[in-house]
Design a protein around this ligand. Structure first.
Ligand SMILES: [Zn+2]
Length: 192
C-alpha cells in the first residue's frame, strides 16, 4: 500500500496573495479542529505539516473506518500539482473543446503530442508563464487554461495537500474555497 494524497489547489491565488490566504485557511481549519496548529513531521514532500485535529471527521465522508494517518502540507509558491504518475491521458483545449490525446493505447506518451506540453510546463515552472498551441484550432492557449482528464494537472501558487486522509467531501472543499475568497479550486488526487 502506497501513500495517497488529495490536494485542494487554489487556481486564482497569485504569488503575492498566496501566503495570507494560506494563513487564513489554516487558521480556519485549526479553529474548526480539522488540523492542529503546531507543525510536525507528518507529511511527504515537505519538512513539516499539520497533523489531524480532534474534529478531522468533519472534513471527510460518512464514518470513515480509519482516520487520517498523516497531515496537511501547505504548498506556497509556483508549483506543478499533478495526480498519479501514469494517470495522464489527454488535454482539452478551452477554446475549441477538442481533446488531444497524450498517450497511446498502451499508455505510452505520444512524443509529438506531449512534447509541446512538456516544454510549456518547463517554461511555466521557470518563468510563471507559458502557452501551448492547440493542434486542432491552432490558437495559442495559456498552459494554465487547458483542462486535463481526471483534473490531472494544476499550475498554481497555493495548494492544501492532505496525506493519507479518507475522502474529503465536496462540502468541505467548498468551505475551503470560501475561505479563499471564493477562488476557483481544483481537486487533485494521486498516490505514490
Ligand atoms: Zn483548440
Amino acid at each position: 500500500m502506497g501513500d495517497h494524497f488529495q490536494t485542494i489547489v487554489d487556481l486564482d491565488a497569485t504569488a503575492a496573495d498566496a501566503e495570507p490566504l494560506a494563513g487564513r485557511v489554516l487558521a480556519g481549519l485549526v479553529e474548526e479542529g480539522i488540523v492542529l496548529a503546531d507543525p510536525t513531521d507528518c507529511v511527504l514532500g515537505r519538512p513539516l505539516g499539520h497533523p489531524p485535529g480532534p474534529s478531522w471527521s468533519r472534513a471527510v465522508a460518512g464514518k470513515a473506518a480509519q482516520g487520517p494517518c498523516d497531515g496537511l502540507a501547505v504548498h506556497l509558491g509556483r508549483k506543478v500539482f499533478h495526480g498519479c504518475p501514469g494517470g495522464l491521458e489527454a488535454a482539452v483545449c478551452p477554446r475549441c473543446s477538442t481533446t488531444t490525446r497524450l498517450v497511446d493505447d498502451r499508455w505510452a506518451m505520444i512524443d509529438e503530442a506531449w512534447g509541446p506540453f512538456a516544454d510549456a510546463i518547463g517554461t511555466w515552472s521557470a518563468t510563471g508563464t507559458a502557452q501551448v498551441r492547440c493542434p486542432a484550432c491552432a490558437r495559442k492557449v495559456p498552459l494554465r487554461d487547458w483542462a486535463w482528464t481526471e483534473d490531472y494537472f494544476a499550475f498554481a501558487h497555493l495548494g492544501f495537500e492532505f496525506w493519507n486522509w479518507p475522502e474529503l467531501t465536496p462540502e468541505f472543499r467548498g468551505r475551503v474555497a470560501e475561505l479563499l475568497d471564493g477562488h476557483r479550486t481544483q481537486y487533485v488526487r494521486g498516490k505514490i
